[in-house]
Design a protein around this ligand. Structure first.
Ligand code: F6P
Length: 359
């Protein structure tokens, strides 16, 4: 009998359930009745505090199109993983204890950056672990794309599309703030798909004067409205140059709810024009997975089942150049996949007339 643990960790996204379904279907088809699945509740917390449920094949039916996660999720920051909890419990030892008490053969972790670091730690501690690349941010190193990313692009694009019609009716400047944490993948793709005029991403620090110039150029050419897609992590050239401590201080004293409001304020100051800000926020993580994510997560899930079958542990399942593969967790852990400012997609976007606020 094989015993497999499953958990979903960190911020949720659209295809978590579809991925769980893929893993489960793969395992049940490979092992028949000779496999038991245990779902841990609310991510690593369930593993620490022995909160789990024994799953049945029926638990995984009807999940392909369901957003969120049937197991629940939570954040357990990696940098505090070695700190005892409020009752003095050693969380890492507790996770190892639960794994051994349930006599698990493998733990499958559906998670983003922080979660894969913890997965790697558990692997280094001797547990059999397989990671699956989840996040709308697409910032996981070692995989070309992550599940959740395409669904979030679709949602963020829908928002820009809606803003486009109202912006053109009123000849207004609009900012749409898009998630993505410290990277610009989501904003870049939704910005291009939604026909944004200016795209601001953390990897290309902006200069407010360049943004204003672009707005003026558009107005002079007869375009009364401008759409700016701003990544939540976008930074000005000034902030990008700051040392860590100075930057910390800057944000401690920050008077805006987010960077978009600062940019809006500065544009108004420099042009006298009003600027509206739209923040779709967690909508971008919600709802049904798009068709691409359903296919991707099903493939990744099935591949995880295969890897368990072949006892290939200590890896994250990935997709590279359309091929499903695996990368060692030790290579994934602690690395961020950033947008390369010199990449083709940026050059192509510039050729389309999109400004990145630095030209
Ligand atoms: O990592 C996914 C993500 O949605 C990021 O884009 C965003 O910065 C963050 O999570 C928001 O986290 P929370 O849901 O904890 O507010």
């Amino acid at each position: 009998m094989k015993r497999i643990g499953l958990l979903t960790s960190g911020g949720d996204c659209q295809a978590l359930n579809a991925t769980l379904r893929g893993v489960a279907k793969g395992l049940y088809n490979l092992y028949g009745n000779e496999v038991e699945l245990y779902g841990f509740i609310d991510g690593y917390k369930g593993l620490v505090y022995e909160d789990y449920k024994k799953m049945t094949p029926l638990d995984f039916t009807g999940l392909l199109t369901v957003g969120g996660t049937i197991l629940g999720s939570s954040r357990m920051p990696f940098k505090k993983i070695r700190e005892p909890d409020e009752n003095g419990l050693d969380k890492v030892e507790a996770m190892k204890y639960t794994y051994r008490r349930l006599r698990l053969d493998c733990l499958v972790v559906l998670g983003g950056n922080g979660s894969q670091k913890t997965a790697n730690l558990l692997s280094e501690e001797g547990l059999n672990v397989i990671g699956l690349p989840k996040t709308i941010d697409n910032d996981l190193w070692g995989t070309d794309t992550t599940f959740g990313f395409q669904s979030a692009i679709t949602l963020a694009t829908d928002v820009i599309d809606c803003i486009h019609t109202t912006a053109s009716s009123h000849n207004r400047i609009f900012i749409v703030e898009i998630m993505g944490h410290k990277t610009g993948w989501l904003t870049l793709n939704a910005g291009i798909a939604g026909g944004a005029d200016i795209i601001l991403i953390p990897e290309i620090p902006y200069d407010i004067d360049c943004i204003v110039e672009k707005i003026k150029r558009r107005a002079a050419a007869g375009n009364g409205f401008t759409i700016i897609a701003v990544a939540e992590g976008a930074v000005s050239k000034k902030v990008a140059k700051m040392e860590k401590a100075e930057r910390k201080q800057h944000f401690a004293e920050y008077k805006y709810p987010s960077v978009s409001y600062e940019i809006a304020d500065k544009i108004t100051e420099k042009t006298g024009k009003e600027v509206r800000v739209t923040v779709p926020g967690h909508m971008q993580r919600g709802g049904v997975p798009c068709a691409y994510d359903r296919v991707l997560s099903s493939r990744l899930g099935a591949a995880a089942a295969q890897m368990i079958y072949h006892e290939e542990y200590g890896v994250m399942v990935a997709i590279q150049e359309h091929v499903i593969t695996s990368v060692p967790l030790s290579e994934v852990a602690g690395k961020l996949k950033l947008v390369d400012p010199e990449s083709d997609i940026i050059a192509e976007a510039r050729l389309l007339g999109i400004s990145f606020g630095n030209d």
